[in-house]
Design a protein around this ligand. Structure first.
Ligand SMILES: OC[C@H]1NNC[C@@H](O)[C@@H]1O
Ligand SMILES: [Ca+2]
Length: 446
């Protein structure tokens, strides 16, 4: 591992998402999202009773939370906009009070010299649009483009780095194939359609940005590099299927305008013939791509698993969400991106881990040694990729706060800042103190 070092203007920040931290989902005229419905449905929500009704109460605590970000030394903050606050029906009438929250957030960030990175879609589709078919409706691309235009016209210039979608793979795999996430569908025929429409929506939003925007826009994908368990042909094929399904299914269309061939094999009759001009729409010039990295997968041919590709457990540390701690995977995937798609600027738009955090110590400290260790290794992994020539511009730690880990609820704590959900008290953990030093020294402290 080379000595850890980062470019002089490396953008150190932290990330959150609206439904996971804001609370007050219906305040000031906001329309409900599919997560409002899903989290209140005990038949669907794994962590029954954990809803986004309060979360971190960020909607009411925004100013003091931004002051805390400043105290930690963050240079940037990646947040998402709840579509339904701005457009309660998803399209049509703009709810000025809902938009005003995000204008206040952005203005407060700028006043604290923290750069806002704005994600337009982080899973909380307006329920009114789900009633019209959601991502299964081809009109969804235009619904998203209209919403994006409202946001660009309100905030572009104050926001200079925009993200269209967060993790389309999770939306599709979780929301339409396996049903673990909103809207909770389990349908092999729906998944490719939802996925394709998400990417069409991405393309339309970028087209609109090129009409009305003056700064930068990108796509955020979660990538889990896949490694074959053995050098057998069967394991190589299983690994290729897993890589195509999770990683290349989104980056290939966005960057190359094509889908990986393995998808037709994987979905069979459920894989439609896509119109060629759709592929041209999806492939828009991007200013950057955001990579969300958590873990890798070791893959073996195993007919008892979807894609006939099953996981092989490793002799390693695993997080509370069951993910192997494997920092080398971050370096590997960044080099892979550059080799496959070219030298586009990249941001690590999410990286972090859920570990069991011991209760607050007598002196109020929250000691999280496993997270401290995880972060140090992953900072070094980014530095290694940069040393190999990958143009990584910044790192957004997931997450600023302990928050609602979707269907897993509040028990999975990813924050560098502890949240006592009974009192809403925020307490920076040891990992936050480390991060402040990393930012202050641009990594030299490592
Ligand atoms: O699972 C941890 C994170 N992964 N990426 C999307 C975020 O919303 C999740 O909380
Ligand atoms: Ca305005």
């Amino acid at each position: 591992m080379t000595r850890v070092s980062f470019p002089a203007d490396f953008l150190w920040g932290a990330a959150t998402a609206a439904y996971q931290i804001e609370g007050s989902p219906l305040a000031d005229g906001a329309g409900p999202s599919i997560w409002q419905r899903f989290s209140h449905d005990p038949r669907l929500m794994a962590a029954k009773g954990d809803t986004g009704d309060v979360a971190c109460d960020h909607y009411n605590r925004m100013e003091s939370d931004v002051a805390l970000m400043k105290a930690l030394g963050l240079k940037a903050y990646r947040f998402s906009v709840a579509w339904g606050r701005v457009l309660p029906q998803g399209t049509g009438r703009v709810n000025a009070a809902g938009l005003a929250f995000y204008e206040r957030l952005v203005d407060t960030l700028i006043a604290h010299d923290i750069e806002p990175l704005c994600t337009l879609f982080h899973w909380d589709m307006p329920a009114a649009l789900d009633d019209r078919g959601g991502w299964l409706n081809p009109d969804s691309a235009e619904w998203f483009a209209d919403y994006a235009r409202v946001m660009f016209q309100a905030l572009d210039g104050r926001v200079k780095k925009w993200v269209t979608l967060n993790e389309p793979w999770v939306v599709t795999d979780g929301g339409y194939l396996h049903g673990a996430l909103a809207p909770g569908h389990r349908n092999m025929f729906e998944a490719p359609i939802a996925s394709h429409n998400l990417m069409r929506a991405h393309g339309r939003a970028v087209q609109v940005y090129r009409e009305v925007g003056a700064h930068q826009i990108g796509l955020v994908v979660n990538i889990e590099p896949k490694y074959p368990a053995t050098d057998s042909a069967a394991d190589a094929a299983a690994t290729a299927r897993a890589d195509a399904y999770m990683n290349r299914q989104y980056l290939d269309p966005a960057m190359l305008g094509t889908y990986p061939d393995e998808l037709r094999e994987i979905f069979g009759e459920a894989w439609p013939e896509w119109p060629t001009d759709d592929m041209a729409l999806i492939r828009q010039r991007l200013d950057f791509v955001g990579i969300n990295y958590y873990t890798r997968n070791v893959v073996t041919a195993d007919a008892s698993w979807p894609l006939n590709a099953g996981p092989v457990r490793q002799d390693a540390t695993y997080t509370e969400t069951g993910w192997e701690v494997y920092p080398q995977g971050l370096t590997d995937l960044l080099v892979w991106f550059k080799d496959r798609y070219g030298d586009l600027p990249l941001y690590i738009t999410e990286n972090g881990a859920a570990f069991y955090d011991p209760p607050q110590a007598e002196d109020g400290a929250v000691h999280d040694p496993l997270r401290v260790s995880y972060l140090k290794k992953h900072f070094a992994a980014v530095s290694d990729a940069i040393a190999q020539g990958v143009d990584v511009r910044g790192y957004m730690l997931w997450s600023l706060f302990d928050n609602l880990e979707w269907s897993l609820g509040y028990s999975k704590r990813f924050g560098m800042v502890h949240v006592n959900f009974a009192t809403q008290e925020r307490t920076p953990k040891d990992s936050a103190k480390l991060y402040s030093q990393v930012i202050a020294t641009n990594g030299a402290v490592l």
